[in-house]
Design a protein around this ligand. Structure first.
Ligand code: FE2
Ligand code: FE2
Length: 136
C-alpha cells in the first residue's frame, strides 16, 4: 500500500511540497523494502535516511517560523520532535527485534502522522505566512 501524492496534500509552497514529497518517497522505499524482506542493514539504512531528511525538513520549517516569530512555533516544534523521537524508537526496535516487526503498522503509523501533520500544522503555517503577505 504505497502512498500516492496528490494536490490535496499541497500546502501551496513549492519548496515545502517538494520536501514532503521526498519524505513520502522515502516512506514508500521503506514499505517496499519491508515487503521484499530486504536485509536488516538495507531497511535500517532507509529508516536512517528518513530520520536525516525529516531532521533537515523540520529545521527548515522551524527556521522560517523563527524568522516570522510564528505564534505556534513551540507546539509545531514539539510535534516535529515527537516524530523524530518515534523514528529513533522504530530504528532501535528494528535493530533489536527485526524479525517480528510489523511492517504494515510502522509504515501506516508514519504515513498517517505525516499526512495529519501536513494537512493540519504545516497548512496552518503556510496560511499564516500568506496572510502576513511575506514570501517564504
Ligand atoms: Fe511541520
Ligand atoms: Fe512539513
Amino acid at each position: 500500500m504505497r502512498f500516492e501524492w496528490n494536490d490535496s496534500y499541497s500546502v501551496h509552497d513549492k519548496d515545502i511540497d517538494k520536501h514532503h514529497q521526498r519524505l513520502f518517497e522515502i516512506l514508500n522505499r521503506l514499505s517496499i523494502s519491508l515487503d521484499d524482506k530486504n536485509t536488516k542493514d538495507t531497511v535500517y539504512h532507509i529508516i536512517d535516511d528518513l530520520f536525516d531528511y525529516a531532521t533537515y525538513h523540520f529545521a527548515y520549517e522551524e527556521e522560517i517560523m523563527e524568522q516570522v516569530r510564528y505564534p505556534q512555533l513551540e507546539a509545531h516544534k514539539k510535534a516535529h520532535l515527537l516524530f523524530t523521537s518515534k523514528l529513533k524508537e522504530v530504528a532501535n526496535d528494528y535493530l533489536v527485534n527485526y524479525e517480528s516487526l510489523e511492517s504494515f503498522e510502522i509504515y501506516e503509523m508514519l504515513v498517517q502522522w505525516l499526512k495529519v501533520h501536513i494537512l493540519d500544522m504545516d497548512q496552518t503555517l503556510t496560511d499564516y505566512l500568506k496572510d502576513k503577505g511575506g514570501s517564504l
